[in-house]
Design a protein. Structure first.
Length: 86
């Protein structure tokens, strides 16, 4: 299991476009990826559940990944979300 916690910095929040990109990325990796925020979690392959986390600028978000590509999954998800600036 690999994980990383960071502060989400996109002023638009985790809106549909970056969330959909995250779902596409998660489906290409050989790892189960979960995002957590404020005690709630969602699989990175489920757009509606990701949107339901209500991630906004300044939120602390944790990426959890388990599986063959876990370390790479955490890196790529962090890069995608870090680059998801409005």
């Amino acid at each position: 299991m690999h994980s990383e916690t960071f502060v989400f910095t996109d002023e638009a929040g985790l809106h549909t476009r970056p969330a959909a990109s995250l779902v596409q990325l998660a489906r290409t990796l050989n790892a189960e990826i979960i995002l957590q925020r404020a005690g709630k979690s969602a699989p990175a392959t489920n757009l509606l559940k990701l949107m339901g986390l209500g991630i906004v600028e300044g939120d602390e978000v944790t990426i959890l990944a388990d599986g063959e590509d876990a370390a790479e999954a955490v890196r790529q998800v962090r890069e995608l979300l870090g680059a998801a600036h409005g």
